[in-house]
Design a protein around this ligand. Structure first.
Ligand SMILES: C[S@@+](CC[C@H](N)C(=O)[O-])C[C@H]1O[C@@H](n2cnc3c(N)ncnc32)[C@H](O)[C@@H]1O
Length: 399
């Protein structure tokens, strides 16, 4: 593949913003692509993929590059992909053979997998032998998975409609409404998306709403709804009958939920910003089903957000764990006695998952609950994102 200087400069500037100004990769890529409307779809694909891959392999690239000069780093990445470098002055001083030798001299897993040392230690301590395969898989590129909106179509009709436009998909076993794109592409531009026939949602994430066993007519609370991915799925499973209260601390995320609900043909979602404990207390014993899709480290979705590993720290994970336990303790009271609650994360760390549920069940509040089922979804075992899903029942006699 031939390199073009204007797109390479686009990549290099984006990388500088991500690492020097500590910005989020997806936002930087969005801005970079908007900055030059003349770039065609190939150019855009090249920029987005190169930025994500450089962020993913940042530590390894730095380790084997001849220097920390940004063009040396890009050149090293380009050679690592099995390409050749053009004779540009920016790439002067790069010797492909020296880079290969540097790579062959690198042995330790944290550098080879391009992750911080603390993360390698934490993963290995908590996941034991499974960590090696898990981190290997989390460094792969994510597949694009969509969920058919059954309020508007069926998975089969959606598959056929996309096929008419030469978008090939396959239906993965065990995921009722999911389709996987055979080739990565920007699917948001397809008219079926604008008409609300599907949402982009990883297959593992599609297991979360399903675990809640929500039925048409029920009153459901999605307490950490964010931009509404799971709320939309719940509404489809409930055939748009009943009530879903989608809550979050951040009002701007809930605005997105509303927009997406409209596109999906959903009328049963109401949104509410959480303004403090009062908002939660007012809803005591009110929900037949309660979803706690809590904030987490995001270590199960590293394929999609490789910059997460450079932003996290053991301290930030300890902080988010406190928030998770606090949500379990305080929000669980919104569930009616006899109701079902799902606690979910997109993390693969037991410390955010089963250990949290175990600690909750041992606590005073947790005594009202029993664990019915739990799914520890690892990326290397499922082929999709890493997730944790625990289904709990509140006893009929609790108050
Ligand atoms: C994993 S994300 C939710 C993703 C969303 N459910 C979806 O499917 O698209 C966690 C959400 O929890 C919210 N959050 C953080 N702390 C919270 C709290 N104390 N109470 C409620 N929501 C909180 C965050 O703003 C974030 O949107």
């Amino acid at each position: 593949m031939r390199l073009h200087s204007n797109t390479v400069y686009g990549v290099v500037h984006a990388i500088e913003e991500i690492f020097n100004e500590k910005q989020f990769a997806d936002k930087v890529i969005e801005r970079t692509l908007k900055s030059n409307p003349k770039w065609g779809s190939r150019d855009r694909g090249f920029i987005a993929e190169s930025v994500y891959e450089m962020v993913r392999w940042w530590r390894l690239i730095k380790e084997i590059s001849p220097s920390e000069d940004i063009f040396h780093l890009f050149g090293t990445y380009w050679l690592m992909q099995g390409n050749e470098l053009p004779p540009w002055r920016e790439f002067k001083g790069i010797d492909p053979e020296a880079i290969k030798r540097n790579y062959e001299k690198t042995y330790d897993r944290a550098t080879l997998q391009s992750i911080p040392d603390w993360l390698d230690e934490m993963g290995s301590e908590l996941l034991g032998k499974k960590w090696d395969k898990e981190i290997d898989t989390l460094n792969e590129q994510a597949q694009v998975v969509i969920r058919a909106n059954t309020l508007k179509t069926t998975r089969e009709d959606l598959m056929n409609r996309l096929k008419e436009d030469e978008i090939e998909t396959f239906a993965p076993k065990g995921y009722k409404d999911a389709l996987v794109l055979a080739k990565r592409q920007n699917i948001f531009r397809h008219p079926a998306f604008k008409e609300g026939w599907f949402e982009v949602q990883d297959a593992s994430s599609q297991l979360v709403a399903q675990a809640l066993d929500a039925e048409p007519g029920m009153r459901v609370i999605d307490a950490c709804a964010g931009a509404g991915g799971k709320s939309l799925h719940l509404a489809a499973l409930m055939q748009n009958k009943g009530k879903i209260l989608s809550m979050d601390l951040e009002g701007w995320k809930l605005k997105n939920t509303k927009l997406r609900a409209r596109r999906n043909g959903i009328s049963i979602i109401e949104t509410r910003v959480i303004e403090g404990n009062k908002t939660i207390k007012r809803l005591s014993n009110s929900a037949d089903r309660l979803l706690l899709d809590v904030p987490c480290s995001g270590l199960g979705v590293l394929k999609r957000n490789p910059d997460t590993k450079w932003k996290l720290s053991p301290e930030s994970i300890a902080e988010v764990r406190e928030v998770q336990q606090d949500i379990l303790q305080k929000y669980s009271n919104m569930l009616k006695p006899g109701g079902l609650m799902v606690y979910a994360t997109c993390s693969i760390l037991p410390s955010e998952n089963q250990f949290q549920v175990e600690a909750f069940l041992k606590s005073e509040k947790g005594k009202e609950f029993e664990l019915l089922e739990e799914q520890k979804v690892l990326a290397h075992e499922s082929g999709y994102d890493g997730f944790y899903i625990a289904k709990l029942k509140r006893s009929e006699t609790s108050s």
